[in-house]
Design a protein around this ligand. Sequence first.
Ligand SMILES: [Fe+2]
Length: 384
Amino acid sequence: MRTLHFSAPGRLILGNGALAELPGQVKRLAAGRVLVVTDAGLVRAGIAGRCMDLLAAASIDAVLYDGVTSDPHYGVVSDALSFARRHGIAALVGVGGGSSLDVAKVVSVLVTHEAPIDALVGTDRVAGPGLPKLLAPTTAGTGSEVTPITVLSDHDAHLKKGIVSEYLYADVALIDPELAVGLPPQVTAFTGVDALCHALEAYTNKYAQPFTDALALQAMRLIGASLRRAVACGEDLTARYNMALASLYGGLCLGSVNTTAVHALAYPLGGSYDVPHGVANSLLLPYVMQFNLISNLERFRDVAVALGRPVAGLSLRAAAAQAIEAVQELCADVGIVSRMRDLGIPHEAVQPMAVAAMQVTRLLSNNPRAVRLEDAEAIYEAAW
Ligand SMILES: [Fe+2]
């Protein structure tokens, strides 16, 4: 077993109403103007305004950048970076889904260490620490608030690219489950399945660790018990809290163990067809599980149990297969499409996407079963 290396944000604050702590935390970390990074949807939802009001009430000078798009490309980062430079900022607050948090993270280091974005892609290529950053997620899924990772779309390469650096860790991850109350059911569903993938891919990872196993199993139990409720009844604070916790646990697995072939194969779907990250993962998850099943039947049986499937009396093989059924049933219940063709992706895309996915060696190397090009093609084919 590999030696565990585990890092986390400087401070984790979790609780209903925790957003109220934002001004105090900003003042603890920085003196000067603060940049709030978010998207237009959160401005409409009033959450960006709440942040600005909280900061203003504490006499903190703040400017708002709301140009983040879903699954952001390089251009969004350049735009946010010039905005940050124009305003002479001392700290950043990322508020939103994984996209806003990822942009805030990478801008925080580009402000202090200018470099072409492509020069940062990969692991440990950021030159030094950035400005203080506080991250407040409004979805429960990406885990970006606790990871050292930013994922960006490179439109020219038709691929999503990951920047991994300890300097991307938040100084404060401020997790307030109440912020997700207004999240539409569809977004709740696919971000929740993203969290499920983080946990499931950590637990079935080639480099799985007892430390992350505990987090991953509990995340899967929480998602199995609460995702349906969070989708059906968004104002249920217990369901929202449980999903926030599951997302946090799943996110904490990403820095030290990370994901496998599900995320690797999902990257080209996002990069070429702008399929939202969680949807891309959920399309591929059952088929990658099917491919990986024989790598560790015991672990897939554990997944089935964590997701609430009865396995008593079943053979190990049959119990492990219950994990796939549990995932398919959960995705169907929360209304996630199960075929790539339903999203208008042409069949001719299968082969080039398989070629592109094979480049994501950072994640494929974690997969519990070796993935060859023909395997990737077969998985896309099954998901099509
Ligand atoms: Fe993810």
